[in-house]
Design a protein around this ligand. Sequence first.
Ligand code: HEC
Length: 428
Amino acid sequence: MRFCLALFVGLWVAIAPALAQGDLRGHGGPVRALAIAPSGDIAISGSFDQSAIVWSLSQGKALRILRFHEGSVNAVLALKDGFVTGGEDGKVALWKTNGDRPARIFQAHTAAIAGLALSPDGNWLASAGWDGGVRLQDLRDGGGSRMLEGHKEIVNAVAFTADGKSLVSGGYDARIIIYSLTGDVLRTVVLPAPVSALVIAADGTMAAGCADGVVVFLNNAGEIAVSVAATETPVTSLAMSPDGRTLAAGSPRGAVALIDIAARNLRFTLNGPGLPVWSMAFTPDGRQLLTGGADRIVRRWDATSGEHIGAIAGAGDDGVPGPYREMPGADIFKACSVCHTLQPDGAGRAGPSLYGLFGRKAGSLPGYSYSDAFRNLDLVWTEKTVSRLFEIGPQAFTPGTKMPEQTVGNAQERQALIDFLRVAGAPR
Ligand code: HEC
């Protein structure tokens, strides 16, 4: 018996990391968008810190940091073999699962992209733009795109109907427009308040989250079926459970409400840290809800009880030493600071302290447990080598490293980051 227990405990310790359930930290700004891949293990998040992060949910850690957009990453989608990001720069980027540069880029809008949707057959990508348009892009080889008109103000959300035959958009003009894939307006529905989020269930039920805190349900003909008062402040994000039974409605100033779709009533509100949230996604088995918060953390919740899962981590500070906050590189460093401090005793984070970095041999900070790849590097950190590290990315520059893949593509931003590291991390 004792042997069994010991074996069990030993096994538990061995597999515990694989069952990591805690919060996901890696973003330097509010988490604006979230999606989970169909396999259920990989999630992608987009943030005001201008990056998207690919996460392993079973390992509870960041796998890759995708930096491409000039501005916040407002919308993300997970594909079978990659990801889509949409940014404040009006660009849509398609990424392969292991790519660190976009495989395809579309300048879809002349203003920020607020929402993305993929047709059920994977052939069409729709984006909602703050330029007032909806862009429908044919993703097949040689496919073109068209801009769908009809909204009078910014467009916040898009979704395909379950049969993939029409596209639905919602905007600040309080209109929901249903389009055919050839761009014809099939129906326009005027709601009492501006629309900021939209989801469609497999049975055709549509739900729109509105600026008056109400979630409006429409039937598949686009007629208003019922309205549910979800929060006291505007509903800005919605997520539907894969079985179509539960709708989560989030608001930047309030709690997340979980609504029973069949009964059309409020089941409960999430109870815990990390609120308000900006983005949400259910796991494919419907058991967990992920939320992306203003506190830069992606948190996990039990979708049946509404309880927060895992140890409660405080948001902490953003790691930028006060006197250097105004430097242009400080904003970029916020994305590094979840793993690196600039303190001489910067232990306890995932990466080594970057205090006194320049002139230091790579992999040499006493007390930090580097990867084998790093321990064997013959490299000194200078402006040139740090710049190269983030120009081509850690995987190419220091193969085998455990630093998640990320690049800072713009030379000016790289220089700003280096200037910041040199000054804010100077030996004192
Ligand atoms: C999600 C965690 C994470 C993020 C975010 C991150 N790093 Fe790292 N970084 C690491 C880890 C882990 C290592 C150690 C690498 C190894 O041992 O293979 C490392 C190593 C380094 C090193 C080498 C340090 C040494 O002592 O040799 C530098 C320089 C560095 N990172 C800079 C940055 C900068 C600048 C950013 C932001 C643009 C950044 N990192 C973002 C995790 C991270």
